[in-house]
Design a protein. Structure first.
Ligand SMILES: [Zn+2]
Ligand SMILES: [Zn+2]
Length: 260
């Protein structure tokens, strides 16, 4: 593995270690490219405090830290500055627009799409919650597709996060739609190592089978929430095995798409 674009920091409140430890483990693990993509801040109303992302006033410290490390380690590894972002539609879209205005002041190079919430974090559903409701699955796919169509996202992190327990045919139909859109836009789909390491419901074999049939491109993302994850070969090998098993073409690196 040459490049990993999916890396968190302690600011998201559920990751550990210092950024320097992440960089040093990435170098030890043989990576040539390391992208930081911590959970984005969102300008939510003051009374709502998210427990899974940095606060708006932490963005500056995040940017400065990553840029300092980028300079310091430039001989050893290529470091990039990104964010993992949910896309919000309909009446929640203003949160996304505010985010774009916020990051326009910083040299943020890319967004990964991480659709952790259907509708919105405030008042919406956690995408990983089991559901047999086809309406929820359809919303997840529609929101993901709209996000891809904006052109602001570099790739789709854990597209198989949704945990649909309903009819198989409905799952296939919706996910085929999502995969076809990714393919037509040339957007890679991420096989997520954290899911493998923690035995989560993703990577989902049934999803990757569909993605393989649709000729999608895949990329392995470590989704590091601890420094050691960047030097842990087993989940990476298992992710590569999934790509091989379903005939997915695996991207080593991606072209970063400007997020604004
Ligand atoms: Zn996280
Ligand atoms: Zn992540």
């Amino acid at each position: 593995m040459r490049a990993n674009y999916h890396t968190h920091t302690w600011r998201c409140r559920h990751a550990s270690g210092t950024e320097r430890e992440y960089v040093e483990n990435a170098i030890r693990g043989g990576l040539k490219v390391l992208g930081f993509s911590d959970h984005t801040p969102y300008s939510y109303p003051k009374e709502f405090v998210s427990h899974m992302r940095m606060q708006v006033d932490q963005l500056e410290g995040y940017v400065d830290t990553v840029l300092d490390l980028k300079r310091e380690y430039r001989e050893d590894i290529e470091i990039h500055l990104g964010l993992e972002v949910e896309y919000y539609t309909e009446h929640y879209i203003e949160y996304f627009h505010k985010l774009q205005r916020l990051v326009a002041d910083y040299p943020v190079e890319y967004f990964l799409l991480g659709q952790h919430y259907i509708e919105c974090e405030i008042g919406g559903y956690w995408s990983g919650r089991p559901t047999d409701d086809p309406g929820v699955l359809e919303k997840y796919c529609a929101q993901t597709i709209q996000a891809m169509e904006t052109g602001y996202f570099t790739y789709v992190a854990h597209p198989d996060l949704i945990r649909f327990t309903g009819e198989e045919g409905i799952y296939e139909e919706q996910m085929r739609r999502l995969c076809r859109k990714a393919k037509s836009l040339g957007l890679p789909l991420e096989i997520n190592c954290l899911g493998i390491y923690e035995g989560r419901n993703y990577p989902s074999e049934r999803f990757w089978e569909i993605a393989g049939k649709e000729g999608c491109e895949a990329i392995v993302g470590i989704d590091a929430h601890d420094a050691e994850a960047l030097n842990r070969p087993q989940p990476i090998q298992e992710a590569e095995d999934i790509a091989r098993r379903y005939g997915l073409s695996l991207r080593e690196t991606v072209e970063l798409r400007p997020p604004v």
